[in-house]
Design a protein around this ligand. Sequence first.
Ligand code: MN
Length: 266
Amino acid sequence: MALEEYRKKRDFTKTPEPAGTVAKKKQPELFFCVQKHLASHLHYDFRLEHNGVLLSWAVPKGPSLNPKDKRLAMHVEDHPYDYGEFEGVIPEGYGAGIVMLWDRGTWSPQVDDVDAALKKGDLKFTLNGYKLKGSWVLVRTSGRYPGARSGNDGRSWLLIKHRDDWAGDLDITTFAPRSVKSDGDFADILADKTPAIWLSHRPAKGGDTGAMFERIIAQAQKLKASHAGATQGTASHEGTKTRKTSRSAKTSGVSKSSKAKRKRAS
Ligand code: MN
């Protein structure tokens, strides 16, 4: 259709020019993920692949499917592409806590120039994840949004769902709280690692977050104990060995695939 005029003007029995076809430019698959992060405070890290890294926003309340909700999203530093599949325990230092891969999939910008949209502070895009789909927007605020840090440091954005078939009243963070990678909750992820890690110095001691940590550490210890109980009586050494082997196999699988991805990204 788009080449009709081009073709109308030419007699291809007489011209060496190609009649041509409209090229279907292959849209690159851009990765997106949301990592639920229980650190000093619970938040959701919203990440969009762009130019080989993950643009990142920390969303304290998490995404909402309700277009009326404007969720504060603090723009934070870009993360490496490989970070996007990470789920596990950060034992100490910056971001110490538990990271769960809460959603992942692909995204596509609804604009031609993502950098210009970011500069302008208005990025419209489409998500195709397990939990989040359809049309969304990230808009930069003046910094006066309640809950934002004082002053206009340009870091405060709002994550808003556009009205479409994927919008609704469903509270998605409550309805679908678990990992899309392991199907586990925070306690499962912690039990898979070492819950004892925080017995003396957990990332948050006071307040709601501290209480949440208490609860999750206790749950994880119980899970860990029941796993150990299940292998007892049989060859417990063997059980441990098998688990270790399968874990290291998993690890090498992950690094292999991430290497492949890095290659593709570069
Ligand atoms: Mn975080």
